[in-house]
Every structure is written in structure tokens, then in C-alpha cells.
Design a protein around this ligand. Structure first.
Ligand code: ATP
Length: 352
């Protein structure tokens, strides 16, 4: 069940600041709007103060006065600070229901992942709740450790460039990946979902975020302990089951990069209408030493032990079930196989 939010407000004629807490109601029309609110655009900035080891919170404090000046009188700037994991999801859902024109994720890929999930509720778009058709756009100020989704667009962790994109107001529709676990619950991803070694590495990397980008190397080293390549059964686009032997990692890209700059699904693009599947087979630890540069450059698809194709959907299960093969989406631990993935083409309008 979604939390509703408390809004403690400090209204100014053109902007508004909110520290969101769980458990009471937020109403954009009363809390963000001013007297000429109907003609103003409500932009909700969902900020993870703990992103990039706390750097996001510090940067944001400096950024906010500039943002208000740069956006000017036609925008209500609503600032929602997350209080912990998953909070960004609840805040986004409430902002959409309250009629926000845009929700802008301020932080890394984990925060963006939660904001994207906030666009959905019980298998459908929140904008279509109660028979309404609300069109809230998604924006991004990348300020995380990896900020991998932004790399597909060639964007850096530069908040001032990101603000210019919002000011310019150019939007296009992007696809969203759907991931469904054994219990049938749906979850959404916008960047890359992945299975086995990389997902296990991501799980451990999240424990080492205090080391910055080094967390991905530490996570990978930890994941190698006890790792075995796995035979997997895979069904593409609802066809026949096929067995892929000795799978090291299986990656499903809506965008190109993961793990802090590795171009793992180099032909993926969030407006292609398809997911790009890349399967690494029979990789040994030394393959990562000798082929790592190819994974970063995105030139690994020509390797004999790398399989790739575009799909609308894919189902994956272990040949011999262990229930221990890791799955992650957008760098966040999702669970274990079996899992299925599909695409929602053009599901969200995005500032780009
Ligand atoms: N107030 C908070 N306190 C602690 N954790 C939070 C808070 N708000 C959000 N989080 C969690 O922090 C996690 C990481 O945040 P985020 O992705 O923004 O930064 P990052 O991990 O440094 O960047 P990247 O994912 O790009 O590497 C999110 O998955 C989210 O669940």
C-alpha cells in the first residue's frame, strides 16, 4: 500500500520546499501551488540525500537556489527529500496522483529506478488511475555513483546541464522494462536487468558504495567466490525453451551501460521498442582480465562465447533449480530465478 506524505511547507511566490515524511497527506494543489498555480508547471524534484555517498545531498543544497532562479516564475519547484529506501517510489506515485507536470529524479540509478517504479501501481500506469489520464513526465538530474542510465544519452554527472534540459523542455517517449518474479508481482526497470554473476556482483557492490566507483570492482571480486557458470533454460518472445550452457551472466538492456560504465548491451536504446539480450557463456575469471576492456568499450559482441539478440520478452529459469541464481534490475537486487522480462514501449515521457 502506498504511503501518503506529510508536507511541511515554506511557500514562496514561485517555489516551494517540502521535506516529505511517510504517513500523511500531500496535496500538490495546496502545497506547491501559488495563487496563479493553474498556469504554472509543478515540477517535483525527488532527491536522495544519501546518493553517491552523501554527495547528492550536498550538491543539491547548492543547486536549489540556482534551479529556482533558472526556472523562473512559470514553475513551482517542489523539493521532496527521501527518508530511506523505496521512499522515492511512494513520493513519485503521490506526486503523479496530485497532478505534477513532471517528477525529476535527483540521485543515481537506484533513485531513478524507484522513481520509475512510482509511475506504476498494481500493473498499470498511475496516470490512468480512477479513469483519469494524467501525463506526468520523467526527468533526471544524474548525481549518483555510477549514473549509468545517463551514459546512454552521453550525459555526465553535471546537474547544470541537466537543468538546461528541463528548461529546454524537449521530451520524448521511452520504453520501460517489466520484470516478473515467481510470485507474479511486477516490477519495472529503465536501464539494465541482469542475471547470475553480474547480479551477484551488483548485490555485493551495493554493500561497498562508500568506496565510490571502486565498489563495482570489490563487488565483482566478492561475487567470484563460489561462482559456477549455470545451464539456463530461456524462452524468447514466447517461443520454445532453449538451453544455454555455462551461462556466466545474462543481461537485458533497455539502455547500454551498467556497473559504473560497462557498455554491456551496446545496441540497446530506450526508444527502440525492444530489449537487447547479451549472454556471456563459459567465462573464466581470467576472461574478465583479458576481455574487460571490450566490455567497457562495448566491443564484446563479436566474441565466440557472447550471444546477443533483440527481444520483446524473455523468460529465464535454471535447468537444475537451486533458487540461488541472482537477479537484479537497474543495479538493485530483485531476487532469484525463475524470472520473466518484457517491454512496455513508449511508456513514459522523458526530458532529454
Ligand atoms: N534517505 C535515504 N537514506 C538512505 N538510503 C536512501 C535514502 N533515500 C534513498 N536511499 C537508497 O539509496 C540507494 C542508492 O541511491 P542512488 O542510486 O541515488 O545513489 P548511488 O547508489 O550512489 O548511485 P548509482 O545507483 O548510480 O550507482 C537507493 O537505492 C535508495 O533506496
Amino acid at each position: 500500500m502506498a504511503y501518503r506524505m506529510a508536507a511541511v511547507a515554506m511557500a514562496t511566490p514561485s517555489s516551494f520546499s517540502i521535506r516529505a515524511e511517510r504517513s500523511s497527506a500531500l496535496d500538490l494543489s495546496s502545497n506547491c501551488a501559488t495563487s496563479n498555480a493553474r498556469s504554472m508547471r509543478n515540477l517535483v524534484f525527488v532527491v536522495n540525500p544519501r546518493g553517491a555517498n552523501g554527495r547528492t545531498g550536498k550538491e543539491w543544497k547548492k543547486l536549489l537556489p540556482y534551479l529556482r532562479t533558472r526556472l523562473g516564475d512559470q514553475y513551482n519547484v517542489c523539493e521532496y527529500i527521501t527518508s530511506g529506501p523505496s521512499h522515492a517510489e511512494d513520493l513519485t506515485r503521490e506526486a503523479i496522483r496530485d497532478g505534477a507536470d513532471a517528477v525529476i529524479s535527483v540521485g543515481g540509478d537506484g533513485t531513478l529506478h524507484e522513481v520509475v517504479n512510482g509511475f506504476f501501481w498494481e500493473g498499470h500506469s498511475v496516470g490512468l488511475d480512477f479513469g483519469r489520464r494524467l501525463s506526468t513526465a520523467l526527468g533526471l538530474i544524474p548525481l549518483g555513483t555510477g549514473s549509468d542510465f545517463a551514459r546512454t544519452f552521453g550525459w555526465k554527472n553535471d546537474p547544470y546541464e541537466a537543468i538546461e534540459r528541463i528548461v529546454r523542455g524537449f521530451k520524448s517517449r521511452i520504453d520501460v522494462g517489466v520484470i516478473t518474479g515467481e510470485n507474479g508481482n511486477q516490477h519495472y526497470f529503465i536501464n539494465v536487468a541482469d542475471i547470475h554473476l553480474s547480479a551477484k556482483a551488483g548485490y555485493f557492490a551495493s554493500k561497498y558504495k562508500r568506496f565510490g566507483n571502486l565498489c563495482y570492482v570489490l563487488g565483482a571480486l566478492r561475487a567470484f567466490i563460489g561462482h559456477n557458470n549455470q545451464d539456463l533454460k530461456i524462452k524468447f518472445n514466447g517461443g520454445e525453451w532453449e538451453v544455454f550452457q555455462k551461462v556466466t551472466a545474462l543481461c537485458i538492456g533497455n539502455a547500454k551501460f551498467f556497473g559504473g560504465g560497462m557498455k554491456i548491451t551496446p545496441t540497446a536504446h530506450p526508444s527502440s521498442g525492444e530489449l537487447e539480450v547479451v549472454i556471456l557463456q563459459d567465462f573464466k575469471w581470467y576472461d574478465f582480465v583479458f576481455k574487460l576492456h571490450k566490455l567497457y568499450k562495448g566491443s564484446h559482441l563479436s566474441e565466440k562465447t557472447v550471444y546477443s539478440r533483440s527481444v520483446k520478452s524473455i523468460e529465464v529459469m535454471e535447468v537444475t533449480p537451486t533458487g540461488e541464481t541472482y537477479v537484479q534490475s537497474d543495479g538493485e537486487h530483485f531476487g532469484f530465478l525463475p524470472t520473466s522480462f518484457s517491454i512496455l514501449p513508449g511508456a513514459i515521457e522523458f526530458f532529454c
